[in-house]
Design a protein around this ligand. Structure first.
Ligand code: 13P
Length: 251
């Protein structure tokens, strides 16, 4: 069943990218055809570049997404951006609940759930991130933490079309460390069980991405693990060659 899920390779540029760096995105657009047999591609640049990237990507094989949204559609929220504005600029997906936002902006599961619903209200897919810290892992709490994040962050009306789950162990982000494939298989299996029991119709076909130090050199091994349906890539998504090489690693 899950074998039929088409992989998604999503790039999270985080707070990186000026207009002058758009050449890397241009190269991704030019070469996307090399990997469309393998995976769908999504690039989530900083909000300042979404409209320009979406304009370039029109009719091409790379979708453009955002890294966060406010739960409300409009209002007095200085500096925030509504999901409707992101979609208006050309985004088709929104990352919500990234561990950097959970840590830097004290975002909790209830807020992540509201942001997920905001993405849907605007017509975008939500990529909901979950992951344990090093301390939680050392304390043997990984599955308990992930189960709590899933239960608290995923709205009832999640479907395979509107939701992607991204498992990103916090200790693996930007560190060059990755879990063993055995650990990834166990954890993605746990997430799959959660999804199939909570969302009877669609749980088996929802995408579960792995994120945290994915690179061309480890992508094939990680993407071959059962219930890994693609990757959420940080640093390596800033270079077209690396991003496309990761997509080529999909089975
Ligand atoms: P890195 O690929 O740089 O480890 O970042 C992963 C991540 O946080 C993607 O959202």
């Amino acid at each position: 069943m899950t074998d039929a899920i088409r992989p998604l390779i999503a790039g999270n540029w985080k707070m990186n990218g000026l207009k002058a760096q758009a050449a890397e995105f241009d190269a991704m657009l030019d070469r996307a055809a090399e990997v469309t047999g393998k995976a769908d591609l999504l690039v989530c640049p900083p909000a300042t570049l979404i409209a320009a990237f979406a304009d370039k990507a029109r009719g091409k094989k790379v979708a453009v997404g955002a890294q966060d949204c406010h739960p409300k559609a409009s209002g007095a929220h200085t500096g925030d951006i509504a999901a409707e504005m992101l979609v208006d600029a050309g985004a088709s997906a929104v990352i919500v609940g990234h561990s950097e936002r959970r840590a830097d902006h004290c975002e909790d599961d209830a807020l992540v759930r509201q942001k997920t619903e905001a993405a849907w209200r605007a017509g975008a897919t939500a990529i909901v991130c979950i992951g344990e810290t090093q301390a939680q892992r050392d304390a043997g709490q990984t599955l308990e933490i992930l189960g709590g994040q899933l239960a608290g962050s995923l709205p009832e009306s999640s479907t395979a079309a509107n939701l992607v789950v991204a498992y990103e162990p916090v200790w693996a982000i930007g560190t060059g460390l990755t879990p063993t494939t055995r650990d990834v298989e166990q954890i993605h299996g746990f997430i799959r069980e959660f999804l199939t029991s909570r969302f009877k119709a669609d749980g088996a076909s929802m995408r579960i991405l792995y994120g945290g130090s994915v690179k061309p050199s480890n992508a094939a091994e990680l993407m071959a693990v059962k219930n890994v349906n693609g990757a959420l890539v940080g640093g390596a998504s800033l270079k077209a060659a690396d991003f496309l090489a990761i997509a080529k690693g999909c089975p």
